[in-house]
Design a protein around this ligand. Structure first.
Ligand SMILES: N[C@@H](CCC(=O)N[C@@H](CS)C(=O)NCC(=O)O)C(=O)O
Ligand SMILES: [Fe+2]
Length: 286
């Protein structure tokens, strides 16, 4: 069965979250939900998440899955908040322990942080199939942006996560700890090997000033117009381009708080004895 897809664009982090469902009154999955964060006040807010909840209630959907394409570095995940409100299982890619180990070291998390992926309800393997009500979905490993990125395929639709962006924006960066431009190139080739009419749904859009945010295009459009993946580009050429471009990019505004929540399945760090949770900031490390 083909899913109905509802997209939600967060203007602050330029993230697209999705609710996909089989039919009104049926079952749904949420992909890459955002938790709003005001870094000046150290305050989390749920405006974006509550929009998803309102839609899900309106359509009378029952949530089976809360799906992450990866441990995001640019926004906090509202997966845990949504699970508490709506139920569903939080899932991410099988390689998430590699990401957790990297950041455990960077943030010097204590011994109580065990980097084995148990913070999530399910870890997806490459090629694994699962159901969302009457819909069958399949996982495609697309590491590179991080070592644990996955995409979700449902018939002729692929939620590509951070691999390809809209053709005039290009591709995801590969310079976060554990990122790998060579691997990203291979993952992008996997997506571009699908039939030309395959619909690709993005995780972000960073639109140039001449157009509003967009999040869907076809494999054919990517092949014809992606500014980073022109016809005939070799892996080495891509790696050179990506590495040079990454050297010019600043770290995302919310990298440090986002990672500390996102490697914990959307949960805050454990509260200190005074009942307050804190984020850490490593100095001169990243
Ligand atoms: N300015 C944004 C940058 C976010 C960012 O780095 N996005 C990643 C995906 S998580 C990316 O691949 N960006 C590609 C690029 O900026 O070229 C922020 O501060 O949040
Ligand atoms: Fe990302």
């Amino acid at each position: 069965m083909n899913p109905t897809i509802q997209a939600f664009f967060d203007t602050v982090t330029q993230t697209i979250s999705y609710v996909i469902f089989d039919e009104a009154g049926g079952c749904c999955a949420i992909i890459d939900p955002v938790l709003d964060y005001d870094p000046k006040a150290g305050k989390t807010l749920t405006h974006n998440a509550d929009k998803l909840i309102a839609f899900i209630h309106d359509q009378r959907l029952s949530v089976q899955w809360i799906l992450e394409t990866h441990a995001h570095a640019d926004h906090l995940s509202s997966a845990d908040y949504l699970k508490n409100q709506l139920g569903g299982k939080i899932a991410i890619g099988r390689n998430i322990p590699a990401v957790q180990k990297t950041f455990k070291k960077i943030f010097n998390f204590g011994d109580d942080f065990i980097p084995d992926g148990h913070h999530f309800d399910h870890l997806f393997s490459d090629g694994e199939s699962f159901r969302i009500g009457k819909i069958t979905a399949k996982v495609i490993a697309v590491s590179g942006h991080t070592p644990a990125d996955i995409a979700y395929q449902i018939n002729n639709v692929i939620f590509v996560g951070d691999t390809l962006f809209m053709p005039d924006v290009g591709t995801a960066r590969a310079d976060f700890p554990g990122g790998d431009a060579r691997q990203l190139f291979k993952s992008i080739q996997k997506i571009l090997a699908f039939p030309p009419e395959t619909r690709l749904l993005m995780c972000h859009d960073y639109p140039p000033t001449n157009r509003p945010p967009e999040w869907e295009c076809s494999v054919a459009e990517q092949r014809a117009r992606n500014i980073h993946i022109h016809a005939g580009i070799t892996e080495d050429e891509f790696v050179k381009m990506r590495t040079e471009r990454d050297a010019t990019l600043e770290m995302p505004n919310l990298l440090l708080p986002a990672i500390q929540i996102n490697v914990r399945g959307g949960k805050l760090p454990p509260a200190e004895p005074n009942g307050v949770a804190y984020f850490k900031i490593p100095i001169n490390l990243i």
